[in-house]
Design a protein around this ligand. Structure first.
Ligand code: NDP
Ligand code: MG
Length: 384
């Protein structure tokens, strides 16, 4: 029986993970811990469905509500950031890392330190602290299986290849504003930005798809996961989201991974790996699809891609600063404090106002840079 923990069980990836566990047969798994934040009923429901040992909310103020929601189940309740780390430390074979944002870093590192297999959806971990995360994985003999659909696709493609990669082609849907003018984008509301054309995801990553900050983070993520330099990573806009990414080799061949726009494929692959599971997801119908479109991204309307390339070139703590400033920018946009296009400006201004950075070799360096970038970005938002 595989012992598993799901960090961020109440989110979109978390719910899909619960579904995949149930589809593959809940009796094959023993769930140790599940975690959430504000959604206490969802957390208790997931814990009961999976028969978890412990359910943890990140918010200490919600502990009593969680206890009440779990009453009679025999499932332990805990709360707060330390309890998240304690839950991730409990011995398991497999951990789904699906907390959103840098809040996922500490529990993911705890899971890495126990040497578990980490199914990584939380890309912010790698963007903010890629070098630290990868060093810890090596040190503790943990294994990383990427869940982000593009990286999962590439991971599937490279599984049987020993030839060096010439280029990685990350596909991007282009999001809901792919054809919008600069003026329309400047006036876009969070509600419009959250309406992703193909994927059903959490609110934050959906808005990041509209700004292409999601792809920007994914470029940095790919740089850490695969042996490529930043100039080997290209972004291709592919509105149908059928090709999940591609690899080019030196003989001109391109290998592509295709499938339905359903995160359960990537989650199932990570859960059953090295086997491939049987999943009740849609099968592609090429006659119905008829055609697949491609275009180059417009970096004037989507400056996030340029910012990612520049951050990768700068290296050190700059990607961490980009990630933290972006989280603050996203909070500001959701709260109506700044406009849609202001997000990229705020990230760029935060990076340039901090200037050159040191190396990202210690977790403390990363946490300090993250905190500094959040402070600077908040100050910039508050400036009249
Ligand atoms: P959601 O917003 O749907 O879920 C986020 C999860 O994190 C929830 O369980 C939420 O709890 C929890 N959470 C929020 N804030 C905190 C906090 N401060 N401390 C601890 N836990 C917290 O996000 P998604 O599922 O969409 O995304 C999760 C991660 O996976 C992100 O990093 C995203 O970029 C990545 N990803 C997602 C994809 C998708 O299809 N959704 C695709 C590829 C990558 P609660 O809801 O209870 O408040
Ligand atoms: Mg993705």
């Amino acid at each position: 029986m595989k012992r598993i923990t799901i960090l961020g069980v109440t989110g979109s990836i978390g719910a899909n993970t619960v579904d995949v566990v149930e589809k593959l047969g809940a009796e094959q798994f023993h769930t140790v811990a599940v975690t959430g934040h504000a959604n206490i009923d969802g957390l208790a429901d997931a814990a009961r469905r999976l028969g978890a040992e412990v359910a943890v909310t990140a918010d200490p103020a919600r502990l009593e509500d969680l206890r009440a929601a779990l009453s009679g189940s025999g499932i332990d309740a805990a709360a707060g950031p330390d309890a998240l780390v304690e839950a991730a430390t409990r011995p398991v074979d497999w951990v789904m890392s699906a907390i959103v944002g840098a809040a996922g870093l500490a529990p993911t590192l705890a899971a890495i330190r126990q040497g578990a297999t980490i199914a990584l959806a939380n890309k912010e971990c790698l963007v903010a602290a890629g070098d630290v995360v990868l060093a810890e994985i090596k040190q503790h003999g943990a294994r990383l299986l990427p869940v982000d659909s593009e990286h999962n696709a590439i991971f599937q493609l490279v599984a049987h290849e020993t030839t060096p990669i010439e280029r990685l082609l990350l596909t991007a849907s282009g999001g809901p504003f792919r054809t919008w003018s600069m003026e329309q984008m400047a006036a876009a509301s969070p509600k419009q930005a959250v309406a992703h054309p193909n994927w059903s995801m959490g609110a934050r990553i959906s808005i990041d798809s509209a700004s292409m900050f999601n792809k920007a983070l994914e470029m940095i993520e790919a740089g850490h996961l695969f042996e490529v330099t930043p100039d080997q990573i290209e972004v291709v806009v592919h509105p149908q989201s059928i090709i999940h990414s591609m690899i080019g080799y030196g003989d001109g061949s391109i290998l592509a991974h295709l499938g339905p726009s359903d995160m359960r494929v990537a989650i199932g692959y990570a859960l059953a790996w090295p086997d491939r599971p049987e999943l009740p997801v849609d099968r592609l119908d090429f006659a119905a699809l008829a055609k697949l479109d491609f275009e180059a991204p417009d970096e004037e309307r989507f400056p996030a891609l340029r910012l990612a390339r520049e951050a990768m070139a700068a290296g050190g703590l700059t990607p961490c600063i980009l990630n933290a400033a972006h989280e603050i920018a996203l909070d500001g946009f959701i709260a109506g404090q700044i406009g849609f296009l202001d997000m990229a400006r705020l990230v760029e201004d935060t990076i340039s106002s901090i200037g050159s950075t040191g190396r990202a070799s210690q977790l403390d360096d990363v946490l300090a840079a993250d905190a500094q970038a959040r402070r600077v970005a908040r100050d910039l938002i508050a400036r009249p």
